[in-house]
Design a protein around this ligand. Sequence first.
Ligand code: DQA
Length: 147
Amino acid sequence: PIISIINGPNLNMLGTRQPELYGTESLADIEALCRAHAGGLGLAVEFRQSNHEGELVTWIQETRRRAAGIVINAGAYTHTSVALLDALLAAEVPAIEVHLSNIHQRDSFRHHSYVAKAAKGMICGLGSHGYILALDALARLIKGSSE
Ligand code: DQA
């Protein structure tokens, strides 16, 4: 099974972007972590990042026929995008929402997530380890649904 890992705006800046909040790992480092961990779970990974809302919508639409699950860190679109929510609601595959930082300790406008309405679960505040936990959760969900 393929897992689509989708990253939203400004996550291409990881490593240099507010490291006190987001850590010093780059997005490429997180991709490498995810690929290694997914391999051990018997999963393949498609790992992508875009700063464009519409491109993220298109990728979510495509997962419906390509992937068995979605890991999504929608960045700031988490808090604004009904379009991403609608795409996830139509995707018909389980999605796990990830945030590197603990969005509930931050500005009140980061406390609400549109993505959460469509996500099976949400992991925040654990840095890149959140992506690993999301892959574990999806592996379990996918296995459960094929039994
Ligand atoms: C983020 C949290 C969002 O509020 C922020 O806009 C981001 C990153 C995180 O991973 O902690 O871009 O999604």
